[in-house]
Design a protein around this ligand. Structure first.
Ligand code: HEC
Ligand code: HEC
Length: 460
């Protein structure tokens, strides 16, 4: 009897899935579940500069929906700068930036998927029980307990980074504390947030475990940010998804050719695999090197050794996490250091990495001007030995394709742009509880730009 009922229910569900007009895409990843009220607090925090040492930058500054949840820059500009995207300035006087952010800001699409177990270009934040607290992070055993996901663990670190959000040691109490020990900064930030009546009320309402605002701590803040990112930036409504779902007209003929190459001869899907378009492994492409590098203790060279910095294994040198490709058309420039301005150049590099590396020129990247940093920006390119070492590490061997095939592949990559992501229609609060200004994109209101851009963040 019970079995019959179960079967009947299954049949009804299967029938519903075929007949309902708004069927969920079968191409959607499986997502972790998060609390929607906590996500709404996360939305305010994400755009609130209160989380930064000098109250001058928010997560949204570098991960803005108007720029596909990235910042449109090859290497970002952290605290000290002002503005969004290509308009972002590098600051003046004692507030000017001291360093460029050493890597390209990744987009935040679909990071709530259960397949996401490690984050960052080198995977240095991951699910693991090495320290008995569920995550392997730069804070090691000092990571607080109770974080709801790897996304929540990640959210703690931009706040303690001098270059990104904290500022420098002598400027404010957050950076000063982080300089002593990374976890000392978090209680200071949490106190800033909980002493604002609007935040304290929202937290107590949304977290069952909280009855007294005095107990709001950095874990609640990180969990709210994670809930927001995971629920807000889901994206599986692209033309490709529509095609997977049976809409024969969703892709153009060129995109179909590109799709066949992507999954076939061009072998892209051997690395950019699955519904997220990444196997989450680490591979070397030998991208042209430049920028301040991600300096490690005892390494005098301005270089980025990628995964090796985390694993300490020589065989991981210069290997980076395979990026996911959904909405990739919205997030130029490309690569872990933004070395390529266009998808075409990025795809071409995959096919002839050595040649592309040799032909790459420093004028390929448009860095926001910072004359005081210019001498160091490309200094690594003059180190012949290091350049040879980097060029020698390559995991890519794709047969050269004619230009028309490359354009077909690029057309297919455009078919991975979600409808909502493309319009940039995400709710950005005009005001946040701290009263600090929320960064808003400057709209180009000319008719041409309106037609062309198609990725505005709409304020509601
Ligand atoms: C100054 C720019 C900047 C700010 C501000 C910033 N980020 Fe990032 N974010 C980056 C960069 C650059 C990376 C990649 C760093 C790396 O791999 O070493 C990154 C990586 C991430 C990732 C990992 C994405 C992935 O696919 O692995 C997440 C999640 C993220 N940031 C969330 C946040 C949150 C939450 C905040 C605010 C608390 C924030 N970011 C503030 C620039 C920024
Ligand atoms: C051997 C594994 C591998 C294969 C095969 C591969 N890729 Fe990649 N791809 C990577 C890695 C690794 C990166 C990031 C490299 C870095 O940042 O240093 C990358 C980066 C990219 C990017 C830039 C994404 C971003 O957000 O910056 C695009 C676009 C891309 N690949 C498309 C393709 C296409 C199209 C193909 C097939 C022609 C392909 N890839 C084949 C490993 C691979």
């Amino acid at each position: 009897m019970i079995r019959i009922i179960v079967v009947a229910v299954m049949l009804v569900q299967a029938g519903a899935a075929h007949t309902a007009s708004q069927v969920p895409y079968s191409s959607a990843p499986t997502y972790r579940s998060f609390d929607s009220h906590q996500a709404e607090i996360g939305r305010l925090l994400f755009y609130d500069k209160i989380l930064s040492g000098n109250r001058n930058i928010s997560c949204g500054t570098c991960h803005h929906p108007a720029h596909g949840t990235s910042d449109g820059l090859p290497l970002g500009i952290g605290e000290g700068g002002t503005g969004l995207g290509l308009q972002r300035t590098t600051g003046t006087g004692k507030n000017r930036i001291e360093r460029r952010v050493p890597r390209n800001a990744p987009a935040l699409w679909n990071l709530g998927a259960t397949d996401i177990k490690r984050l960052m270009h080198d995977g240095r934040i991951s699910e693991s029980n090495d320290y008995g607290n569920h995550f392997n992070t730069p804070a090691q055993e000092w990571l607080p307990d109770g974080l709801n996901s790897v996304l929540a663990a990640q959210a703690l670190f931009p706040m303690t980074s001098e270059t990104e959000m904290a500022g420098s040691n002598e400027e404010n109490e957050v950076a000063g504390a982080a300089n002593d020990r990374i976890d000392y900064a978090w209680p200071i930030i949490a106190k800033r947030v909980r002493t604002m009546p609007e935040y304290s009320r929202l937290f107590v309402d949304a977290f069952d475990s909280l009855s007294d605002p005095q107990h709001i701590n950095i874990v609640h803040i990180a969990n709210a940010l994670a809930a927001f990112i995971a629920t807000e930036f889901k994206s599986h409504d692209s033309p490709y998804d529509e095609w997977l779902h049976g809409d024969k007209t969703a892709l153009t003929a060129q995109q179909h050719r590109g799709r066949a190459l992507f999954f076939g001869e061009a072998r892209c899907s051997t690395c950019h695999s699955g519904i997220l378009f990444s196997s989450q492994q680490f591979k070397a492409l030998g991208l042209p090197a430049y920028g301040p590098g991600r300096t490690r203790a005892f390494d005098p060279m301005p270089r980025d050794v990628g995964r090796m910095a985390e694993s300490d294994r020589i065989e991981d040198a210069y290997r980076f996490r395979i990026p996911m490709l959904r909405n990739v058309a919205l997030t130029a420039p490309y690569g872990h250091n933004g070395a390529y301005a266009t998808l075409t150049e990025m795809v071409k590099h995959h096919m002839s990495p050595q040649q592309a590396r040799e032909q790459w020129m420093i004028n390929k990247v448009t860095l926001p001007a910072a004359p005081w940093l210019a001498p160091a920006d490309f200094i690594i390119t003059e180190d012949k030995l290091e350049m040879t070492r980097q060029a020698a590490v390559s995991d890519i061997a794709i047969e050269q394709q004619p230009p028309s095939a490359i354009e077909d592949i690029v057309a297919f990559l455009h078919a991975l742009t979600g409808r909502q992501a493309a319009t940039g229609d995400f709710y950005i609060p005009l005001q946040v509880p701290s009263g600090l200004q929320v960064d808003m994109p400057e709209y180009d209101t000319s008719a041409e730009a309106q037609l062309d851009s198609g990725r505005k963040a709409t304020d509601r």
